[in-house]
Design a protein around this ligand. Sequence first.
Ligand code: S3P
Length: 454
Amino acid sequence: MSTPSTLIVPPTGPLRGQVDVVGDKSISHRALFLAAMAEGESQIYNLSPAQDVASTQAVLQALGAEIMGAEIMGAEITADKTSVRVRPGWRTPSGPLMCGNSGTTARSVMGALLAQGLGARLEGDASLSRRAMGPVVRALQGFGLRAELSQGHLPAHIVPGALRAAEVHIDNGSAQIKTACLLAALRAKGTSRITESRPARDHTERMLPVFGGRCTVTGSGVTVTGPQSLRGAELHIPGDVSAAAFVVVAASLIPGSDVTLRGVGLNPFRVAYLEVLRRMGALIEITETGCMGDEPVGRVRVRAARLRGVEIPADWAPRLIDEYPILSVAAAFADGITEFRGAEALRDKECDRLAASAQNLRSAGVVVEAFADGLRITGGGIRQTALRLDGFGDHRMVMANAVLLMAREDQAEAGMVTTAEVMAISDPEFVSRFQSLGGLMSMAPVQPPVSVWT
Ligand code: S3P
């Protein structure tokens, strides 16, 4: 784990320029899982450098896959971790599968283990071990999963089970659970159907044909007939539109800013936050420039604008799930009230993101009413200077707080965010990207307490 650090955010001027974002984290996990389940080698370019994706790589390697630097035009690139070659292989692991902080790794691998007829013990860090694993296990039980959880949580013990096709309904809008089910359904004999009350991101469905797989997507669900064998593929991962969200909001809030993000994924299930910001009055231009696999990509240009509060439709929750912390920051600076509901899933993320957002905004003087499933934020700006905000050991909370500090009005002194090292969970380039746009921020290692012996 990286050195415990505090993010220091001094007064900042406008953000200007063009930047790329890291490869998409969600799509990277799926590319690794499908490559590991395929026959033959795959090459993946622009893989996310996130620690969560490294957890998926480590888990797949422990299960027998070989993951190496990719060959680009005949030259072996080993230093570039964002280009990898995957040679599939599956075996019973010799020790526990360490999923780190990554919910997508833990839940997806349950489906993959069932598909491959393997058992394993799954472990996670303290945060992941607090997150609910009952819903994914219940969904996969339909496909024959046999698993023992520790009171609904990790560590989990997965026993090799008899895989069967199933009809499963997911009512909490979880793309991680859907992906676990799709991986199992691919290998099950017969037709499986996965339906959703509130459709979640569809990266797995879009990626399957790239590996020669087939599924049929209808309004309420996805049908897979198995068993199917996948073949190795070459694919390029689009830039992470959720990583882009922090730049988009910062550039909207900081007067004089004008920023263009290049090569960003524009999957309709992921860009809902851009629509919310537009409704708030943000100046956002989206230019679709092409496709990577079946994922639309393009440029997003943002210029500073005065924002106003909005009511965010509750049924958008699965499409906004990772963006609520940063949208809450936007709401704190907007004129008027912003309210969102239907987002109870936020209580079971890397931290309780509803409680964490409410606490941070209140400590910055913002009026926030918290509900079981959302927040009502009375905007108007933040004028306090030497704020010290808690990052809660949650990457998206740290990054949202960094933007809050950058956008403060009447800045005089630097602000700080604790537990800043966890930004690497999704985006090790967060600080350098803002620096390249003119944002002033830096990481300061937390000094361990000195013991003095007399
Ligand atoms: C993810 C799905 C979302 C999201 C997470 C990544 C994925 O979780 O919060 O960061 O890659 O499938 P849900 O399972 O709540 O959809």
